[in-house]
Design a protein around this ligand. Structure first.
Ligand SMILES: [Zn+2]
Length: 196
């Protein structure tokens, strides 16, 4: 396989895309939760050690911006964007923040989209027809069906980013079409939304 060398412009565009994607995912979790989350509710605070003690809570303001309540001497609020710019949280910290927020139950008990890994499980198909799947739960293409999804079990159109994964609509198992292995279960998948 050819290894492509990426330059500054390509890499910085990819990094900015990642930041925008994760900011959107974090704001969607905060929308799902529907209130401010206090950091002491979470297992830990994902900001760097120097500022963690000053981070009190995270939520959305009226403009939908992600805002932190802080106890710094000079300010009581800071946007998540500003903390990234000030190197108070890095890319892995942002991923951890997303994971921590996914563990918080939403308003009306709405749970986050989470893929729980599964090992050593395969689905079967009819002997004559490789596409006639029967899931571990008994679901078939004619009953509940299977829908294209990504590596988190979130439902996506089978386009460029799709990697041959399907989610069982009955039990949430995520199945790799290439070897019929179950990679995990997602009971509350996100649905791809059309952008306005
Ligand atoms: Zn199933």
């Amino acid at each position: 396989m050819m290894k492509r060398i990426k330059g500054m412009n390509v890499l910085s565009a990819e990094l900015l895309d990642f930041i925008e994607d994760i900011m959107y995912s974090i704001s969607c979790e905060l929308q799902r939760i529907g209130r401010k989350v206090v950091f002491i509710e979470l297992k830990y605070c994902p900001f760097i050690a120097e500022v963690s003690p000053y981070m009190e809570a995270i939520g959305l303001n009226e403009e939908g911006e992600i805002i932190l309540d802080t106890s710094f001497a000079d300010t009581t609020e800071k946007s998540l964007r500003a903390t990234i710019a000030d190197l108070e949280i890095d890319a892995f910290g942002l991923l951890n923040l997303l994971e921590l927020l996914k563990s918080v139950e939403g308003k009306n008990g709405v749970l986050a989209s989470i893929l729980s890994p599964v090992n050593n499980e395969c689905i079967v198909h009819e002997q004559q027809d490789r596409d006639a799947w029967t899931c571990v739960c008994g679901n078939t293409p004619c009953s509940g069906g299977f829908y294209s999804c990504d590596a988190d079990g979130d439902l996506i159109e089978p386009g460029e980013e799709w990697d041959c994964l399907y989610r069982c609509d009955r039990c949430g198992r995520v199945i790799d079409d290439r070897d019929l292995k179950v990679i995990g279960i997602n009971l509350n998948p996100n649905q791809e939304e059309a952008w306005p």
